[in-house]
Design a protein around this ligand. Structure first.
Ligand SMILES: Cc1cc2nc3c(=O)[nH]c(=O)nc-3n(C[C@H](O)[C@H](O)[C@H](O)COP(=O)(O)OP(=O)(O)OC[C@H]3O[C@@H](n4cnc5c(N)ncnc54)[C@H](O)[C@@H]3O)c2cc1C
Length: 386
């Protein structure tokens, strides 16, 4: 029977980072994915992900984002890949907001995190936002948090670069091989795939939206899989939306019940600007999700956003679906499986995991190898959701 000290199941943002971090420590790693990552079926695609360091979701996330920025720069130096672009990041909100991003008090929490971790930032009133960022048609009373060190990551190159390094450090990478199930034993775990049965000392589950299927109904029910859509709309004049003029942004709107977020025009006028919102009503599965985006979804999105952007056209250049793996408190799960500490569950999604993924790879390598984790993992327990 084949054997490997560690198996990483799933090679999106989290699994590619974990495989790389284990391999660079000289450990024996077998990394398996059912597709050939980076691919467009899970959660780690769509050209860009916002990264920011003062994290409004909860105070314990900022060290992960700060550490990830260091790792992304190291990976860029090692591979020559272009992963992290700093554009600044703008968060817009107001007491009259009707939309909410991830948690209550996201804006106030962000400001508190910036102060706590000494992250450079500016607070802007409505007039300052209008003068500095006229592309955003802010309403009276809206306020801004501007973080100059925020920006965006390129998810597909991030995954590819970490897999390249994992391989360079000796990891075996198997693609187009599906794990059907795993069997924890007293001294090991058996992993049954479409091609093989493999014995391992530790299995790290980085299965993204496929996680519920792998961990069974009791624990799987703690995660909701949500279809999200990313839109690229045209702009009449790309100038104000060029990366040097336009930060990444998150906007808790007044009026609509959904927050929006987006990016500058990273591919010039022809590429348009990528904008998205989030839905929490309808669940799906990665195997049954509707991957096509309908014309009515496009026109509904245009109606939602058009009042808020100067020079936006109704031409949708493209639209892509992507999946959130959502917990009830929008937090991550990074912990041993309740039935076997040889199996580690890594589900850092709820729509905000990418920016932390490089550091989560380090944490997963710590947990898997029995090293002291470099941060307290108790906020990420599965048991808090039971
Ligand atoms: C629309 C959208 C926008 C987002 N925006 C941001 C953002 O701006 N900033 C931010 O920080 N985060 C953002 N996120 C969140 C971030 O992208 C996710 O946290 C992250 O990509 C999750 O990565 P993952 O590795 O857990 O999952 P995935 O990327 O889905 O990887 C899971 C992998 O496991 C494999 N797999 C699953 N089951 C099996 C099996 N049985 N056998 C073999 N292989 C298997 C899959 O093929 C897949 O490759 C966003 C997410 C989405 C969907």
């Amino acid at each position: 029977m084949a054997a490997s000290e560690f198996i990483v199941l799933g090679l999106g943002a989290m699994g590619s980072a974990a495989a790389f971090q284990l391999a660079r420590r000289g450990r024996e790693v077998l990394a398996i994915d059912q597709f050939s990552p980076p691919h467009t079926f899970g959660s780690s695609h769509g050209e860009t992900r916002i990264t920011r360091c003062a994290i409004g979701e909860a105070p314990y996330y900022s060290p992960l984002a700060l550490r990830s920025h260091e790792i992304w720069r190291d990976i860029e130096a090692e591979t020559g890949a272009n992963l992290l672009t700093i554009t600044g990041g703008l968060i817009l909100s107001s007491p009259a907001r009707t939309a909410r991003l991830h948690v209550d008090d996201f804006f106030a929490n962000t400001v508190a995190a910036a102060r706590r971790y000494g992250i450079a930032h500016e607070l802007l009133d409505t007039g300052q936002i209008r003068r500095q960022f006229p592309q955003f048609r802010v309403r009276d009373g809206e306020q801004g948090y501007f973080e100059p060190g925020a920006g965006f990551l390129r998810p597909e190159p991030c995954v590819a670069a970490q897999l390249q390094l994992a391989k360079r450090f000796g990891a075996e990478i198997r693609t187009n091989e599906r794990v059907h199930r795993f069997e924890p034993l007293a001294d090991s775990v058996l992993v049954h795939t479409s091609h093989d049965t493999i014995r391992t000392q530790r299995l790290i589950l980085c299965a993204g939206p496929w996680l519920p299927q792998l961990i069974g109904p009791r624990y799987g029910a703690l995660f909701r899989i949500l279809r999200q859509v990313l839109f690229w709309f045209g702009v009449r004049d790309a100038g104000p939306y060029r990366p040097e003029n336009c930060p990444v942004y998150i906007w808790e709107l007044q009026g609509p019940d959904r927050a929006i977020y987006g990016f500058p025009a990273i591919d010039g006028p022809a590429g348009g600007i990528k904008i998205a919102t989030q839905q929490y009503e309808t669940t799906t599965t990665p195997d049954s999700v509707e991957r096509e985006v309908s014309p009515s979804e496009i026109s509904a999105m245009h109606r939602l956003i058009a009042p808020f952007f100067a020079g936006l056209t109704d031409h949708c250049i493209k639209a892509v679906t992507c999946l959130y793996t959502q917990t009830s408190d929008s937090g991550f799960v990074i912990c041993p499986h309740p039935d076997s500490d040889r199996v580690i569950i890594a589900s850092p999604c709820s729509g905000h995991g990418f920016k932390h993924s490089a550091a989560i790879g380090e944490l997963l390598a710590d947990v898997a190898t029995g090293a002291a984790p470099r941060m307290d993992l108790s906020p990420f327990s599965l048991s808090r959701l039971l």
